[in-house]
Design a protein around this ligand. Structure first.
Ligand SMILES: Cc1ncc(COP(=O)(O)O)c(C=O)c1O
Length: 471
């Protein structure tokens, strides 16, 4: 029977919460991550299709013993990889409550719709973005960027995209991003039919920010070659180094050149709340579109992304199948008119709760603390003779290398030691490539990380490096 009695539901729910609360209680001492044992991996991959049922209590125990112990690691204070945060515990409960209600937030007159509007309005206020812009929740940063760039395509193709398809123009439409722009921009443009040859990647300056002079020159060269520049996709926080492109200069250039100004703030957008960082974000309020990603630095459980478009009517025109003469604007328009999705989950509830739990001031403190920890990590890297600091943007990413004297292949050493650290369970960080060099990359979007965790990370790196050198 698929339905549960209220009492059985209650008991199972208590057990599920106990399982997660036990994990929370031990999170500091648990390995950041541990490999899935081979037999268990085989068991997962070859599990037969269940013909008959199993008791839910047993399924919860299977989760506790076979799934939970092998996490990706991002709930741990020593997870420094990618841009994946621990989930705010209250948001975890909100996910349960949202699933319990299970509305489709396509639109309509029910509470979930109004809560999504409320949270979108709050996010606009945080981002200093116009209150009358269009907005919608999405699965994450990639889809938020896709939605925003779809609106750009609609506007810049003069609305042709919907009726006759796209890129039938004599002059191909050209989009610009920096060489540090996230891969999702390319994916979005490929999916939207631009073709990645029409995404021109602009070099970066010494701080990994889009080089404005190079951008200006490329636009001029493209116009001279008969191409049709239409959009700059800037980054407010690159994934590699946390660099923020010169937004206000790009806004000026876009205005002068009649280009759509898009900002990918998936990682760094909400860094606008960080102490003393507002200056870096000046100009973001002029963006034609903006993607942010609450499942990164606002500590929402995945999935939770968000797209904003300054011209709400253009956003609606991109996706709506309701002809304008039938639109009834006495009620709030349906979200399904602003995005590709029809049935939509109740993603706003978790952020609605946590924003009220800690307030914007709570987020200011958490984000500022992550950045402060990154500065402390950078100072420690500088103070250890075997380490080299390679890049440190204004946000919370640190790129560094383990470089003891006399090592011929530093790239190889760092690649190998990263794997050893990852397997050790002591900490988890990734590598990336900067200026042709392999570097270690530590990103702090984690309200659990402490200074002691930074020492554990650096000690783990040094120990792994020494063990490789000792053969
Ligand atoms: C700058 C930036 N843009 C876009 C994305 C893609 O976001 P998502 O993984 O939520 O799709 C990321 C992910 O790390 C990112 O850092």
């Amino acid at each position: 029977m698929i339905d549960l009695s209220p009492e059985a539901f209650r008991q199972l729910g208590y057990r599920a919460i106990d399982i997660l609360a036990d994990q929370l209680a031990n999170i500091r001492d648990l390995p950041t991550r541990q490999p899935v044992p081979d037999p268990l991996r085989d068991q997962f991959l070859h599990q037969p299709l269940p013909e008959t049922g199993t008791e839910p209590t047993q399924l919860l125990e299977n989760f506790a013993t076979k799934v939970l112990p092998y996490p990706m690691g991002n709930a741990s204070p020593r997870f420094f990889a990618w841009v994946n945060s621990p989930p705010a515990p209250l948001a975890v409960l909100a996910e349960l409550l949202a699933a319990g209600m299970n509305p489709s937030v396509a639109g309509g007159d029910h509470a979930a719709t109004y809560i999504e509007h409320a949270v979108l309005n709050w996010l606009k206020a945080i981002m200093t973005y116009p209150a009358d812009s269009g907005g919608v929740f999405a699965s994450g940063g990639s889809v938020a960027n896709l939605i925003a760039l779809a609106v750009m395509r609609h506007v810049k193709s003069g609305g042709q995209d919907r009726a006759t398809g796209f890129q039938t123009h004599a002059a191909p439409l050209i989009v610009y991003t920096s060489t540090q722009g996230h891969g999702c921009i390319q994916k979005a443009l490929e999916a939207l039919g631009f073709g990645h040859q029409n995404l021109h990647k602009i070099p970066v300056d010494a701080d990994y920010r889009m080089d404005l002079a190079a951008l200006r020159a490329q636009i001029a060269a493209d116009r001279a070659a008969g191409l049709n520049p239409v959009c700059v996709a800037a980054s407010a926080g690159t994934v590699n180094t946390g660099a923020i492109d010169p937004l206000t200069d790009i806004a000026d250039l876009c205005a002068a050149e009649n280009l759509w100004f898009h900002v990918d703030g998936a990682y760094g957008g909400v860094g606008i709340l960080g102490d003393g960082l507002a200056e870096h974000y000046r100009g973001i309020e002029r963006a034609d579109s903006l993607a942010i990603d609450p499942h990164k630095w606002l500590y929402m459980p995945v999935e939770c992304g968000c797209a904003f478009v300054r011209d709400a009517a253009a956003m609606r025109d991109t996706f709506s199948l309701v002809p304008s003469y039938l639109r009834d604007d006495r009620a709030l328009p349906w979200f399904s008119e602003f995005s590709i999705q029809q049935t939509r989950g109740f993603k706003a509830l978790k952020l609605w709760m946590v924003l009220q739990q800690i307030g914007v001031e709570g987020y200011r403190q958490l984000i500022s603390r992550d950045i402060e920890l990154a500065r402390i990590l950078q100072a420690r890297v500088r103070s250890r003779p075997d380490f080299e600091l390679v890049a440190a943007g204004p946000l919370s990413v640190t790129c560094f290398r383990y470089t003891p004297a006399g090592v011929a292949d530093v790239d190889q050493l760092n690649r190998q030691l990263a794997e050893i650290v990852q397997r050790s369970g002591q900490a988890f960080l990734t590598t990336t490539e900067l200026a042709g060099q392999l570097v270690l990359r530590a990103c702090i979007v984690n309200f659990r990380t402490t200074e002691a965790d930074l020492d554990i990370l650096l000690d783990a790196v040094a120990t792994a490096g020494q063990s490789i050198l000792a053969g």
